[in-house]
Design a protein around this ligand. Structure first.
Ligand code: HGA
Length: 611
């Protein structure tokens, strides 16, 4: 949420800042802006809307410079507007971009107003600009001013600050929101993530919590939260700018849906050897730790939470361990009972999800858990760095705001975890080996499921003019129904709900009529007969019924009252992950038919780094 870029170079930085913002636009897109120094004169351009609007503004009103900061916003404090767009400026000298929330902004605002500062926005961010300016007026240099200013901030921030008083440097700082330093030759950069800077460097420094950094053309200096010089490693990434291009696809989401067979293969690669999961997949210390686990708490948000819900079915059924799954924003503020030997599992695509990170930190602070395991897609993320054990999903960069390949790879990773816990808890060997085989087949099954796309595109026409939809599933397919409803809401703005099919008659059946399409997920498992009875309940009420069913499932529907789409998965462990594929495609095609902004749906942003 909110993307930050900063650059100091011996060339024009405008195109670097704009390209950086474009790569970060998935994080927020309600307004954009930049500030540059021309000599020691501060120039600022801001617009409501997307980065392309800022680009057009810059074309009309150029601001060539060799040093600057830029921002794409997802508003938390103050409506999306030009006036609230970043950068925020103080005294025409100091300029700041910010990702995060300053929780004590009201108190700081009053204090700064008393000191004579006039505010020109409703944002929490503006206090930072005035604080830095006030501290510079006291005689502090920019680094010291930022150290002292950040010590006064409560909440979360990643910032980049430009001051006309020291026109050769940008100072950045982070706590709770991500910020990386890009190391170039004779030029240095800041970015919310590496993707923002892949066109200019592949060498990065991942800042620690509380760090402050100064970048200049010829070098950089890092300080810890107390202002003491600090050393941080420079790391090279193999990611390339091409990996985050859309290529021939119309949308990132479609590209990412189609990347899933490969992405899941990468998740499993080197982790399964024929019929068993290799040792040390979860880290060197893992086997002893995982062998002691007596229960599991999974904590996550959004789509990652749905992956956790599927894993609960697996862990309880296969390992016989009690498993709870909870959304992080609830978990972090609850007095959670943590019995001895509980494994905490945090699931997050970005590893920067504010609520999930806070839940991890709260759990670790209480030292109540046996260990914390991160299931994550970004190796250098805060979540990964702060967890004891790590299982990377290796999905590759996910740009579409609606998560697809991150979810499927999370399911694959959680499948590995479930089977490892099952092995350590004495699952029958033949059953274990069969299940490992089923997990290994996931890339192929996902590829086969993608073949349904032409049929799904036709099915999408039956949803496009609907206001509401109901999704049903049972067992481990129930969370898939929940995820399908979320996808449809997110990108096609159709109100969708999911229910365990057995709950239908306890309320939602009252909603079923000819205007309410009902979509059921019907794998061929022990719950099938129960599910079929639930479907009859829908048909008897005249509801339009769509079923995604296994080949072997015998359901017949009148073509004008519904449709059946077939998958060939059997009663496989990974059936939920496979059934999820056509449902992703359905949400995608409905959204395309409705003409929504598929990759950047309204009001949303990826990587939810604010609470
Ligand atoms: N609070 C700031 C920044 C918002 C943000 O980081 N969103 O993810 C604002 O509202 O402008």
């Amino acid at each position: 949420m909110c993307g930050i870029v900063g650059a100091v170079a011996d060339r024009e930085v405008g195109p670097i800042l704009i390209a950086g913002l474009q790569a970060l636009e998935y994080r927020g897109y309600d307004s954009a802006g930049l500030a540059v120094l021309q000599g020691s004169a501060l120039e600022r351009r801001r617009t409501q809307g997307k980065v392309r609007e800022l680009e057009q503004l810059l074309a009309a009103e150029p601001a060539p410079a060799r040093i600057g900061i830029a921002h794409t916003r997802w508003a938390t404090h103050g409506v999306p507007s030009t006036r609230n767009a970043h950068p925020h400026v103080s005294s025409d000298l100091v300029s700041v971009v910010h990702n995060g929330i300053i929780e004590n902004h009201e108190a700081l605002r009053r204090e700064l107003q008393d000191a004579g500062y006039a505010f020109s926005s409703e944002t929490d961010t503006e206090v930072i600009a005035h604080l830095v300016d006030a501290l510079q007026r006291e005689g502090l240099d920019l680094v010291q001013a930022v150290v002292r200013a950040t010590q006064r901030l409560h909440g979360a921030y990643a910032i980049a600050v430009l001051s006309a008083r020291e026109p050769d440097r940008v100072v950045g700082a982070r706590r709770g929101s991500p910020l990386v330093v890009g190391v170039g030759l004779g030029e240095h950069f800041l970015g919310s993530d590496v993707q923002a800077l892949l066109r200019v460097t592949n060498r990065f420094i991942y800042l620690d919590e509380g760090d402050v950094v100064e970048i200049r053309r010829d070098g950089y200096r890092i300080f810890d939260a107390d202002g003491r010089p600090a050393a941080r490693d420079v790391r090279e990434t193999d990611l390339t700018a091409d990996a985050v291009e859309r290529g021939e696809y119309r949308h990132y989401m479609l590209k990412e849906i189609h990347e899933q067979p490969e992405a899941v293969a990468r998740t499993l690669e080197g982790r399964i050897n024929g019929t068993r999961i290799l040792p040390n997949v979860f880290g060197v210390a893992a086997e002893t730790l995982l062998g002691r686990v007596r229960q599991v708490h999974i904590v996550a948000c959004g789509t990652s939470y749905h992956a956790g819900l599927v894993a609960r079915y697996w862990i309880e059924a296969l390992a016989g361990l009690p498993c709870s799954v909870e959304v992080a924003s609830e978990y972090r503020y609850r007095d959670v009972v943590v019995p001895a030997d509980t494994l905490f599992v945090a699931v997050s695509q970005s590893g920067e999800t504010a609520d999930t990170l806070a839940a991890l930190r709260a759990g670790k602070a209480g030292a109540r858990y046996l260990a914390a395991l991160a299931v994550c897609n970004v190796p250098e993320s805060s979540l990964v760095r702060e967890s004891d054990l790590v299982l990377m999903t290796r999905a590759g960069p996910e740009i579409g705001v609606a998560s697809t390949k991150a979810f499927t790879t999370q399911l694959a990773a959680l499948g590995l975890l479930s089977l490892e816990l099952a092995r350590l808890n004495g699952i029958d060997t033949a059953r274990y080996e069969r299940l490992v085989g089923e997990l290994s087949a996931l890339p192929r099954l996902v590829a086969e499921a993608l073949q349904l796309e032409p049929q799904i595109a036709i099915l999408a026409e039956r949803f496009v003019d609907k206001q509401h939809a109901l999704f049903l599933g049972r067992g481990a397919s129930y969370p898939i129904a929940v995820e399908a409803a979320l996808k449809l809401k997110e990108i096609s703005y159709i109100h969708a709900e999911a229910y365990p099919a057995g709950e239908l008659k306890h309320g939602p059946l009252a909603l079923v009529d000819e205007h309410m399409p009902v979509l059921a997920v019907a794998p061929n498992n022990q719950l099938l007969e129960k599910l079929k009875s639930n479907l009859e309940e829908v048909r008897a009420r005249g509801g339009e019924l769509f079923v995604i069913a296994d080949q072997a499932v015998d359901v017949k529907l009148d073509a004008d009252r519904g449709a059946v789409l077939r998958l060939n998965v059997g009663d496989s462990l990974v059936a939920p992950a496979v059934f999820n594929i056509p449902l992703q495609l359905l949400a995608y095609h409905v959204a395309v038919l409705k003409g929504t902004d598929v990759d950047q749906p309204r009001n949303l942003a990826k990587s939810v780094t604010v609470e």
